[in-house]
Design a protein around this ligand. Structure first.
Ligand code: PDD
Length: 284
């Protein structure tokens, strides 16, 4: 069955779906996005994704393309038309189509595109053995809390990681000397004292929906959470490391650059969080 995309009011086979050449998302990266998981017939953490979409739109002063309620109906209908019970739903909202000019256009409605694809949960090998990450300089702009479609620095970092045989890039803020996050995921360690550490919220990272769920579950489970940035050196010396995102769930990290983490296998805190997150997905 051909994949169906929603574009500005119409559901079309993906090969025929198109936006105008003067779409500002295309010309200026003037837009934001969300990636939402649909698991066994239901959206997971949709309220948190909608709240973040609202913050991203506010941050760039882009209008909602329709009411939030209508958007939720479009998401459900796009998934239904694709006939999937498990899906990753991509939502992109841009400042619309207008003759190219840096200034905000007057009266151009926001554009909305929704596409759907099959999710790919971490494989058994990744869960059992973990993945490798490699450090890359964080050269992104100063508002990484906005989920902007302007992802060039993330693309370059991720490509460099892949070329070095790593699954993800861990971005290092070279002024602060700390790991901010991954190119498309949040980064965590369990430090020598057994504390779960991750970069605090703020403009330097994207506040992941998975991050918020994981930190809540960790605290409720008695794990000490310390939202404090860590250096690359601390990461290499950590007992455990892992990453999270909507599309990669909780994925253990067992290698950072040339260093093996802990005993080279996913540790007990990581394994516990994988279990808790899987339970959360079944429950929501
Ligand atoms: N990426 N940090 C960055 C830079 C991200 O792009 C993402 C998500 C995350 C994790 O956020 P969440 O847990 O809400 O998915 C952190 C999405 C999945 C993507 O670009 O495909």
């Amino acid at each position: 069955m051909a994949r169906i995309a929603y574009v500005n009011g119409r559901y079309r086979p993906i090969d025929e779906a198109a936006v105008g050449v003067e779409e500002r998302g295309f010309q200026f990266s003037d837009g934001v996005y969300e990636v939402v998981k649909f698991v066994k017939g239901a959206f997971s953490d949709l309220d948190r994704h909608m709240a973040r979409l609202g913050r991203s739109l506010d941050g760039l002063r882009i209008a909602w393309p329709m009411t939030e309620k209508a958007l939720r109906l479009v998401l459900a209908e796009t998934v239904r038309r694709n006939g999937l019970r498990d899906a990753l739903v991509y939502i992109q909202v841009s400042r619309g189509v207008a003759p190219r000019n840096h200034l905000f256009p007057k009266g151009a409605p926001s554009s909305l595109v929704v596409t759907v694809r099959r999710p790919k949960a971490p494989g058994a090998d990744e869960i059992e053995n973990g993945v490798a990450v490699c450090s890359q300089p964080d050269i992104r702009w100063g508002r990484c809390d906005i989920k902007s479609v302007s992802l060039l620095a993330n693309v370059l970092a991720r490509q460099a990681a892949q070329e070095q045989g790593a699954r993800e890039a861990w971005l290092v803020d070279e002024h602060e000397g700390v790991v901010t996050e991954g190119s498309s995921s949040n980064a965590y360690i369990v430090d020598r004292e057994g504390r779960l550490r991750t970069h605090p919220l703020g403009e330097a990272i994207l506040g992941g929906v998975t991050r918020s769920v994981i930190l809540e579950m960790a605290r409720a489970d008695g794990i000490t959470v310390d939202e404090r940035a860590f250096t690359l050196e601390e990461a290499k010396q950590a007992r455990e490391a892992f990453l999270t995102s909507t599309s990669s769930f909780v994925t253990p990290v067992t290698r950072i650059d040339d260093h093996s983490i802990g005993n080279g296998h996913p540790g007990s805190v990581t394994r516990r969080l994988i279990e808790l997150y899987n339970n959360h997905l079944v429950a929501c």
